[in-house]
Design a protein around this ligand. Structure first.
Ligand code: ADP
Ligand code: FRU
Length: 290
């Protein structure tokens, strides 16, 4: 069991299941609606907590009914919110999600109007008891400062950074991570249509020679380039029926972090992450969540 801190967001997810993905400017009826907590960092923590780790979240939340719902869900999974900033007013980040019953695809419209977790918030956290820190790749300028603090004060503390969406200057985060967790969406936004070419290009362009880079690739599973430059691949582990892919990437990331915390090698981690994410895709929501 490791003590893990993740910095990133929690959201309110309003998920409407539809029979088919609708055409623009039409009206369709949802066949099911589910409202729950979401957000990459907290999704990953919820999985890590179920895998037996002691988890803490650093992020921003609000004292509204929606914010309390989010915090209650985190409490169910024993996630410590000590490092968080809780505002008395504001709107929690909200995702309006269409879940296509036919293939489990999820289409997300995300609204946010809440301050980001800042360097000033991060500076207050006592990092000495953590054995792993995971960052969502967002809020680049402040996150760089957080990463610099970890690197200078705790050089042996392993750090993972998730690079999921293209954001201005995001490559400034690359060099601080021990392990970079890229998404297929990010790779495609950079003009790459296969993971091996993408990973090799990242390694070369940013001289990531001593770092490990991982990239989840939907139903093709996951790929990784270890620090010695060997390409690794795990196929996906498809469930009997793909029901819900929302949070598959966050679950995959939890699988990688879980294995590496247990000193397993990257190849084992890749298979474990795909197994866990595949199992998640076969059910609604994250494992055992609301
Ligand atoms: P994201 O949630 O960021 O869109 P991906 O779609 O790349 O993430 O999925 C993450 C992981 O989830 C993949 O590496 C794979 O292991 C698993 N996964 C995703 N879609 C499927 C699927 N249709 N069948 C089986 N596994 C899947
Ligand atoms: C899934 C997810 C959702 C959330 C959205 C935020 O990966 O974390 O739970 O609404 O992405 O980008």
């Amino acid at each position: 069991m490791s003590s893990i801190l993740a910095i990133g967001i929690a959201t309110l997810d309003i998920i409407n299941t539809v029979e088919n993905y609708p055409q623009e400017d039409t009206e369709v009826r949802a066949i099911q609606q589910r409202i729950c907590r979401g957000g990459n960092a907290t999704n990953t923590l919820v999985m890590l907590s179920q895998l037996g780790h002691r988890c803490s979240w650093g992020g921003v939340c609000v004292e509204s009914p929606e914010g309390k719902r989010i915090l209650a869900d985190l409490a169910l999974f024993a996630i410590d919110i000590g490092p968080c900033r809780i505002l008395s007013e504001g709107t929690v980040p909200t995702s309006y999600i269409l879940l296509n019953q036919r293939n489990g695809s999820r289409t997300i419209v995300h609204y946010r109007d809440l301050p980001e977790f800042s360097w000033a918030d991060f500076e207050k956290i006592d990092l000495s008891s953590f054995e792993w820190i995971h960052f969502e790749g967002r809020n680049v300028e402040e996150t760089v400062k957080m990463l610099q603090r970890v690197r200078s004060c705790y050089p042996n503390l392993p750090v993972s950074v998730e690079i999921e969406k293209p954001r201005v200057g995001i490559e400034a985060l690359f060099g601080y991570a021990d392990i970079l967790l890229f998404s297929k969406g990010f790779a495609m936004s950079q003009g790459y249509f296969d993971a091996p070419t993408f990973l090799r290009a990242m390694r070369q362009s940013y001289a990531l020679n001593s770092w490990s880079c991982v990239c989840a690739w939907g139903d093709e599973g996951g790929y990784a380039l270890g620090s010695e430059g060997r390409l690794l691949h795990s196929p996906a582990y498809p469930p009997p029926q793909v029901i819900d892919t929302l949070g598959a990437g966050d679950t995959f990331n939890a699988g990688i972090i879980d294995s590496l915390c247990r000193q397993q090698d990257l190849e084992v981690a890749l298979h474990h992450a795909c197994q866990l994410a595949g199992e998640k895709c076969g059910r609604m929501g994250l494992l055992n969540s609301e």
